[in-house]
Design a protein around this ligand. Sequence first.
Ligand code: CAA
Length: 248
Amino acid sequence: MAARLALVTGGEGGIGTEICRQLGADGRRIVTTCLDPEAENIEAWAENLRQEGIDANWVQCDVSDYDACEKMAETVREQFGEVDVLVNVAGITRDGFLHKMASDQWRSVIDINLNGAFNVTRQFVGSMRERGFGRIVNISSVNGQSGQFGQTNYSAAKAGMHGFTMAVAKEGAPKGITANTVSPGYIKTSMTDAIPDQVREGIVAQIPAGDMGEPGDIARAVRFLTADEAGYINGANLPVNGALFCSF
Ligand code: CAA
């Protein structure tokens, strides 16, 4: 059997790269989506992973555009085959208090973070059903569970992702498909670098683990949930947040 194919949206980012690296180390073939191949220097990114022995490739796609996702899925099928593992990572922040938020700030976050998960998953779930196997992981956020100052848009999108996950899990379970959410806390990436220093220091002071997490902490959870043997873990949310927010 050919090595399983993993599609990771937004794989070039801090968390995405580590997910690609760890799934690749598990022998998955990797394809990532990228928005702007030149700006993201995506071929060099893929080449770096290849140097580590990972079969890494990319396709251009704006996940917020349904038609583009349809075309992307055709390209992936032609060039690489059927997707067995899908990780929806692509996401943005456009932080601002609600009383100051422009409608575009709201819409862009919902379009990319939440609608993007639908647009991409919709392309691959049918063939996963036909083949009786699929592993889907949606990357949400602690702020989807707890809410956060300045993130009505992001918190709504990330909470919505887990509702989506649970419904996909119910539909997929009879056909060998699992869908789970991983909810990162504050992780050292360019996204958390962009938080104003004073605000970030205040947040870090509230993390019981004493520091932000590493991208590898998230990748480890994704690797666990996408293993062939993980077929009975379905519809779950796995928080990885240094005990910042605990719930059950
Ligand atoms: N906790 C407590 N108070 C907060 C706060 C917080 N997290 N964020 C802002 N405030 C307070 C400020 O201290 C300030 O209080 P005072 O008026 O008493 O000084 C007040 O709210 C206004 O704050 P700003 O002056 O910063 O107002 P602003 O309009 O310029 O910006 C903001 C507001 C956009 C919320 C900005 O503070 C900000 O960017 N905060 C960070 C939001 C955040 O946590 N984003 C997470 C990004 S990382 C991520 O999302 C990844 C993930 O999944 C975890």
